[in-house]
Design a protein around this ligand. Structure first.
Ligand code: MG
Length: 453
């Protein structure tokens, strides 16, 4: 068996390169361990559009059935559609075969409980223990699980989103929207959602292709040029791009300006907090401080978490928060499902634009003070992470927060987040300040310090 070394679960489920860092014996044994952990009930299984998806689906369903679990196959669906339907259709849990925004050679597995949310870090460890102990449940021939198709996941998902927004108001505006699913799984849902919301829809990269020929599976401002060009050329009101499995959304305004997820998330938060004062918003420490300005204006509370969607989801549930968001484009609306959902976030953005009746560029400019961010990464020797972080901490002369990595406040409006990656031999350096010059110089200072440490 070819299996990943060390911990199986990373920040966002299990990830590996089929045939290189893990094989289908591994996928099958992992699924047996998941089935053993879930212990009872019917499990919903889906996949995104990756080239290894069908093969992985076969191995994962075999493993789940061999552990005695009955399964329902949703086949190719966006991750948030599977998560929403897990709860809405009453499944015991679900397994999504996806590597989200990772390059095309990767695939992976996410495990959800009955509420459609990824299982906790503790439960991931339980699954790993079952895997390493070899204490998987192996059903004999008459007790193995059954399989049936579940064709209603996308319909259930779209209906769920429509039930949470002001459909008639959005429809009346007849907004023109360019949608770029990046050849990923939202190709199956987002264009139909927009159409149902009365939008004029223009698609870019909307044919599912696991080699991601259009712009790759990760929606970053640098690789969304096609979206920007299409928005400008068609005089659209809005552009939206998703990651490979459709749980993250990045927006572009009518002028072709792209916004990070913490900017669009803060705009939606401002809108929802106006209607739900004294609520709580959850976001990781990597997000912009603009949400604090929004929360102050609306009498709301911000809870800062570690980076990672599972941490945001779990905190939203524990603190009964109104919503959550991430700088990478994750938007969480717990009345719908407390996991990130690119489709739900899009519908909310449309409702904000429709209700406020202004172009997105103007809404963004009016909503909060302007801040400048830099995001960079520094390659490091992974065996020296602790030393490097200690050296950086000694240099910080301001307030230091340690929710995740080191968040060093240099003055009231300037912070640097120094955070080692969980999966790659790099340290990420995020800086935010009031001026571009100060953000750039602060970033340079920390990059130099990391290299010298
Ligand atoms: Mg994703």
């Amino acid at each position: 068996m070819l299996a990943p070394q060390g911990r199986l679960f990373g920040t966002n489920g299990v990830r590996f390169i089929p045939g290189v860092t893990g094989d289908m014996s591994f996928a099958l044994k992992l699924a047996e361990s998941i089935g053993t952990y879930l212990a009872e009930g019917e499990i919903l299984v889906g996949r995104d559009g990756r080239l290894t998806g069908q093969m992985m689906l076969s191995s994962v369903t075999a493993g789940l059935m061999s552990s005695g679990r009955n399964i329902a196959e949703a086949d190719m669906v966006p991750t948030p559609a599977l998560q929403f339907s897990t709860k809405a259709l009453g499944y015991r849990g679900s397994v999504m075969i996806t590597a989200s925004h990772n390059p095309s050679q990767y695939n992976g597995v996410k495990v959800m409980g009955p509420e459609g949310v990824e299982v906790s870090r503790l439960d991931e460890q339980k699954i790993e223990k079952i895997f390493h102990d070899g204490s998987t449940n192996k059903a004999n021939w008459k007790d193995v699980g059954t399989a049936r198709p579940e064709p209603s996941v996308i319909r259930t998902y779209l209906n769920g989103i429509m039930s949470r927004v002001n459909v008639r108001l959005i429809q009346e505006r007849k907004l023109k929207v360019v949608v770029d699913p990046g050849n990923g799984a939202q190709s199956l849902a987002a264009p139909y959602l927009l159409e149902a919301l009365g939008c004029k829809v223009i698609t870019v990269n909307s044919i599912i292709d696991g080699s991601f020929p259009g712009r790759g599976p990760e929606p970053t401002p640098e690789n969304l040029r096609d979206l920007v060009v299409a928005v400008r050329a068609s005089n659209a009101d809005l552009g939206v791009a998703y990651d490979g499995d459709g749980d993250r959304s990045i927006f572009c305004d009518e002028g072709g300006n792209l916004y990070w997820g913490d900017q669009s998330g803060s705009l939606i938060a401002d809108y929802l907090l106006e209607r739900n004062p004294n609520s709580t918003v959850v976001t990781p420490v990597s997000s912009s401080q603009i949400i604090e300005a929004v929360a102050k204006k609306r009498g709301a509370k911000v809870i800062w978490t570690r980076v990672g969607s599972v941490d945001v989801s779990r905190t939203i549930m524990e603190r009964k928060a109104l919503m959550g968001f991430e700088e990478n484009g994750g938007g969480f609306f717990p009345l719908h499902v407390p996991t990130r959902d690119g489709g739900m976030t899009t519908a909310m953005m449309l409702e904000v634009i429709a209700t406020r009746g202004s172009p997105l560029s103007r809404l963004m400019a009016a909503a909060f003070p302007r801040f400048f961010q830099t995001k960079t990464k520094v390659p490091i020797d992974p065996s020296r992470v602790k030393e490097i972080m200690k050296a950086i901490e000694r240099q910080g002369d301001g307030k230091v927060e340690k929710v995740d990595g080191l968040k060093i406040w240099l003055d009231e409006k300037t912070w640097a987040l120094i955070r080692p990656s969980g999966t790659e031999p790099i340290v990420r350096v995020f800086v935010e300040s009031e001026t571009k010059e100060k953000a750039d110089s602060t970033s340079k200072k920390f990059v130099k310090a990391i290299k010298a440490a």
